[in-house]
Structure formats: C-alpha cells, structure tokens
Design a protein around this ligand. Sequence first.
Ligand SMILES: NC(=O)c1ccc[n+]([C@@H]2O[C@H](COP(=O)([O-])OP(=O)(O)OC[C@H]3O[C@@H](n4cnc5c(N)ncnc54)[C@H](OP(=O)(O)O)[C@@H]3O)[C@@H](O)[C@H]2O)c1
Length: 286
Amino acid sequence: MKTVVITGASSGIGLEISRLLARKGFNVLGVGRSEANCRRAEEMILSGNANAKFTCYVADLMQQREVVKVADEILSYLDGNCNGELHALINNAGCVRSWYMTTEEGYEQQFALNHLAGFLLTYKLLPALKKARGRVIMTGSQSHKGIRIHWNDVMLRRRYNPLTAYKQSKLCNILFAKGLNDRYASAGIRAYVVDPGLVNTDIGNKETGALVNFIWSLRKRHGVSPEIPAKTYAFLCEQEPTPEGLYYYLCKEKSYSRQVTAENANRLFGLSERLCGIHYGEVQSL
Ligand SMILES: NC(=O)c1ccc[n+]([C@@H]2O[C@H](COP(=O)([O-])OP(=O)(O)OC[C@H]3O[C@@H](n4cnc5c(N)ncnc54)[C@H](OP(=O)(O)O)[C@@H]3O)[C@@H](O)[C@H]2O)c1
C-alpha cells in the first residue's frame, strides 16, 4: 500500500483529496492545525469507508518548530510501517490574510504557510520520498500569473497588500516545484503544481476581515466542489510512467507564468533555505 502525506487535510480541497485517495487504496496521512477538525475529518472519511486508511496529525504549520515536529512523527511512522518510503507529499495547506500578520519567526503568515511550510516539510521528508522515487505536489493557483517575487521585501513589510502576498506565495509554489525538479529529478523525485480552479471552500472566511470575508462569501458560490480538483491530485499520484509536466489543471498540463525561470527558482531556493535555516544538499547525500 502506497503512503501519501497531505497538509491541510482537515477541510476544503485537502479533505476531498484525502477522501478520494483513501477510497483508491492509499494509506493517507493528513495534517491539520486543529485537533477538532482533524478528528472530524477522520470520522468523515473512515465512516464512509471501513477499509480506508486515514490518520490526521495536528500541527500549526505556520510555526517552523511544529513543521519539524510533525515531520519527525511522520518519519518515525514511515520507518516503522512503510519501510521508510513515502510515495507522495501534497503541500496543500494555505491561508488568506487581510492584514500583515506574522509567525513566531516574524515571517508574514501567507508566505510562511503557503510557501515556507511546504519548503521545510519537503526538506524533512526528502529521504523518504527519495526511497520511493516519490512525487511532491503543491496546490498553486491561477493567481500566480501577473506578479513577480518582491526580492527586496519578500514579506511585503514596507507596503503590505494581502492579495499581492497571496499571489506571490502561489508563484513561490511553482518556483519551488521547478527548483525541486532541477535538483532531484535525477534521483527520481518529481514535483508538480495543481491549479484547483475556483473552489467552493471557506478559505477566505477564516481569520480574515469583514471585507475579504464578504467578498469571498459571494465569490465562492461560483466555485466548483472540491471533488473536481481532487481528481487531478489523484491523477498525479497514480499516473505511470511519472508525468513530465510541471503545472496541471483538470488532469492536463497548463501554461504558467514567464517568471518561472531557473534563475528565479534558484534564487527562491536559496532565500527559503536561509529563512528556514536548512540546506537541501546534493542528491547523493539524501
Ligand atoms: N478555494 C479556492 O478557490 C482555491 C483556489 C486556488 C488555490 N487554492 C489553494 O488551495 C489550498 C487549500 O485551500 P482550500 O480552499 O481548500 O481552503 P480551506 O478549506 O481553508 O483548507 C485549508 C486547509 O489548511 C489548513 N490550515 C490552515 N492554516 C493552517 C496552519 N497554520 N497549519 C496547518 N494547517 C492549516 C486548514 O485547517 P482548518 O480545517 O483547521 O481550517 C485546512 O485543512 C490553499 O493552498 C489555497 O491557496 C484554493
């Protein structure tokens, strides 16, 4: 049985991916920030399918020490139960903020959760991914287009715009996936980004101000059910031979921003390593 880790598995798109992959016979390890929502997700998935394998770990992925802690818990589970192998890691947890808010490390929250959490978690789980010649899938967004990385003020401390921060974090998702492929495709690890489209979830109604809350409540009504994008994640987890593309929408490759260059991917890799206090290293040392 192949094991898949999914962050943000306690609601929205991540919950549907978990349900679908569990139904397809994967051993699914979810991560969510709230104990209550994690237990609720387990109940929803397991009550609908007695044979499903789904466990949800609790961690606030905005805080780097919690990313490290949950990664260690997952690694010890994989070592004990899965021969140390991880077939896929889906970095899906994400948030929207209305104001400049920071994490324990003093990092802007959308940048920290939407990009850095996945960057650090992937680093920690890389040996298990390498062992399984695994796949890393990021949840991106069409909104990554029409924006650049603000290299001189990546947290947008000087002039904060919540939408710019969100879009930039989604551009980071593709740059990170490209950076991973450039470094580790030769070790059999492949990275992808899924554009889920507009999806009817509560993302804009959590910890946001009245205006964002109101706009999102109207906008999400036009969104599709999370069951629609879940199929693209399942496709990328199951497809053999391993798909060669980078950016996918509805199970098909899609074009992405011209900002996605090797130079920008490298630069973001280096910056993210510094912000997480890690160094990914060479393929041989994995
Ligand atoms: N909805 C859309 O139209 C859309 C479009 C493009 C991209 N996306 C992307 O899709 C991804 C999933 O979003 P969604 O729409 O499914 O929203 P969602 O329903 O709010 O799901 C977000 C998930 O992340 C979890 N989460 C939030 N903060 C966390 C933290 N600090 N630590 C750990 N987990 C945390 C949430 O936990 P709780 O259950 O406790 O809230 C939930 O499980 C995000 O990356 C988002 O940017 C969404």
